[in-house]
Write a protein that binds this ligand. Structure first.
Ligand SMILES: [Cu+2]
Length: 149
């Protein structure tokens, strides 16, 4: 009888864990002429176990992780054009991603899973070097990193 009780409690706790895992949405947008091609929100803080879904609000965008901006042991993703990708984040750290055809226009985003400190500095160094090569919205990575406390 006691064993059954423990089993029931364990199952309840496991399902509670799923209840608390949230799904977040990020829109892929054309933006306006002075603020073109962007993810909204571009900086997103989530908890380990949460899922993020990219919504194809406007056409001709995708989401792809940047391999130099992933925590150790994290899985990469590479969505097709207009594809609504869902990614579950099981590894703590900072994730950088971009839209493949619009990365040169600064169409990038950051996802912070709990504590970003394990790869914050290396990702930031890489990002700031990259944004100098863009043709538009050059300050975006800097702006986004400044939003991380
Ligand atoms: Cu795009």
């Amino acid at each position: 009888m006691k064993k059954i009780k423990i089993l029931v409690v364990s199952i309840l706790l496991l399902s509670l864990n799923n209840v608390f895992a949230a799904e977040h949405q990020i829109k892929m947008l054309n933006g306006s002429s002075d603020d073109m091609f962007k993810f909204e929100p571009a900086v997103l803080k989530i908890k380990k176990g949460d899922t993020v879904k990219w919504i194809a609000t406007d056409p001709t965008h995708n989401t792809a992780s940047i391999k130099e901006m992933l925590p150790k042991g994290a899985k990469s993703w590479n969505g097709k054009m207009n594809e609504e990708v869902s990614v579950k984040f099981d590894v703590e750290g900072l994730y950088g991603y971009s839209c493949t055809p619009h990365v040169m226009f600064g169409m990038v985003g950051l996802i912070i899973v709990d504590d970003p400190s394990s790869n914050l500095e290396t990702s930031k160094a890489y990002a700031l070097k990259q944004e100098g090569k863009w043709v538009a919205n050059k300050g975006r990575f800097s702006k986004y990193f400044n939003q991380i406390k």
